[in-house]
Ligand binder design. Structure first.
Ligand code: ADP
Ligand code: MG
Length: 223
């Protein structure tokens, strides 16, 4: 099992007000699965992704990633797990604007203290993998949206994560670039990477082999 969430609740504190966002979420995912989470805006998708991505802790409940109890982890342990096991792709790419595609992709390897030569080789390889071998020295503002997202995917896979997490990965893209992103996810999944993708687009969700829906913080398996 790559993911196991048991009775997950998440509340946000707004001054004196407690805002319940996730309500008793139970969800698990086998290694190698490709799952989409669908739900309207404000339903708690990003909140859930932040917990699964070890960026935030649940208010209540148990969360296991690759067999490890994350509910019991410190911030440092969580950042270590993020670096080693998870690749992130966001709707708005989150690239460093002044850095080239190559340095953007090398970034997680710097954190992982990979030696310089190997960093470059692995980043180049990841950029080749996403079809951007001829764009390694370009900065984000010299790339199209689809190309920026492919740089972000190269960055997400450069540490060879077990789990790829994507929050609305095609939300800012035209349909052709979106299709390229979906092709890449498929081929990564074919190689054994578990993929969890958040989307509110039913057509995009179709690419996953399993779809779950979230509504007002309540997760439901779609049948
Ligand atoms: P989605 O990604 O599905 O659009 P979010 O997970 O971003 O939804 O947000 C779900 C709900 O949680 C929203 O009502 C939002 O206002 C609230 N929320 C999200 N983040 C915070 C926060 N940091 N503090 C307070 N409320 C938040
Ligand atoms: Mg969101």
């Amino acid at each position: 099992m790559i993911l196991e969430l048991k009775g997950i609740y998440k509340d946000y504190q707004q001054g004196k007000l407690t805002v319940p966002v996730l309500k008793d979420v139970n969800f698990s995912m086998e290694e190698g699965e490709y799952v989409a989470i669908m739900g309207p805006s404000g339903s708690g998708k990003s909140t859930l992704m932040n917990i699964i991505g070890c960026l935030d802790q649940a208010t209540k409940g148990n969360f296991f990633l690759d067999g490890q109890d994350i509910s019991a982890c410190s911030e440092n342990e969580m950042s270590d797990i993020r670096l080693k096991k998870i690749g992130f792709v966001f709707q708005s790419f989150h690239l460093l604007p002044r850095q080239t595609a190559l340095s953007n992709v090398e970034m997680p390897l710097n954190y992982a203290k990979v030696p310089k030569k190997e960093r470059k080789e692995r980043a180049l390889h990841a950029l080749e993998r996403v079809g951007l071998a001829d764009r390694v020295d370009f900065r984000p503002n010299q790339l199209s949206g689809g190309q920026m997202q492919r740089v972000a995917i190269a960055r997400a896979i450069v540490n060879r994560p077990k789990l790829l997490l994507a929050d609305e990965p095609t939300g800012a893209l035209d349909s052709k670039s979106g299709a390229q992103v979906m092709e890449l996810f498929q081929s990564l999944n074919d190689e054994g990477v578990s993929v969890l993708m958040i989307t509110h687009d039913a057509e995009i969700a179709e690419h996953a082999k399993r779809v779950v829906t979230i509504r007002d913080g309540i997760l439901q398996e779609k049948r």
